[in-house]
Write a protein that binds this ligand. Structure first.
Ligand code: AMP
Length: 189
């Protein structure tokens, strides 16, 4: 079993590279953003709570998010491994992830950090907003999400560097070339 966190700021290409990883390795994929948007679309109680955070560019509270992840992991018992996309986003969530995996006799193998400069991120997210229909792909919310990323999520980079499982990947340029570097890092495990 191989467990991969695909890490990076909003707009860094996590979703795109996750798709390629799924095709290449046949792994399960958890995008916590997709899970939440699914709940919003179905107008569930959880969706109603999530909507207020997402459209303000804020993070959903850790306990709620960890609980959701625990349930999704239960549905992936027989998986060859999991790509975590958009989780963890706080140190609390990272610690919870270790516990959730340990409970299943597994651990995190690698954190792929897609590193993209801020101007490029904003450009990509504004562009995506033209077609994504996402309530948070507008300039005001993008700025908030990037602030939240810097204050709450970016500390995870150091956290995983210390644990020796962080692999930095320059996330600008040809998508296939970026994927080649990711693949190399995974195949070297
Ligand atoms: P994403 O699709 O990963 O960009 O996530 C969109 C939004 O969903 C984020 O801005 C948060 O409001 C919420 N979200 C997704 N994943 C998490 C998480 N792990 N912790 C808290 N909030 C999250």
């Amino acid at each position: 079993m191989i467990n991969i966190v695909i890490f990076g700021a909003p707009g860094s290409g996590k979703g795109t590279q996750s798709e390629l990883l799924i095709q290449e390795y046949g792994l399960s994929h958890i995008s916590t953003g997709d899970v939440l948007r699914g709940q919003i679309a179905q107008q569930t109680e959880l969706g109603k709570i999530a909507d207020s955070y997402i459209s303000n560019g804020k993070l959903i509270p850790d306990e709620l998010m960890i609980d959701i992840l625990d349930k999704v992991l239960d549905s992936m018992q027989d998986s060859k491994g999991v790509i975590f996309d958009g989780f963890p986003r706080t140190i609390n969530q990272a610690e919870a992830l270790d516990k959730l995996l340990a409970k299943r006799g597994a651990s995190l193998d690698i954190v792929i950090g897609l590193e993209v400069d801020e101007d490029e991120l904003i450009k990509r997210l504004i562009n995506r907003g033209k077609t994504s229909g996402r309530s948070d792909d507008n300039l005001e919310t993008i700025q908030k999400r990037l602030d939240v990323y810097h204050s709450q999520t970016n500390p995870l980079r150091e956290h995983y560097i210390k644990k020796n499982i962080y692999k930095a990947i320059h996330g600008v340029g040809d998508v296939t070339k970026i994927f080649g570097e990711i693949k190399h890092a995974i195949d070297s495990l």
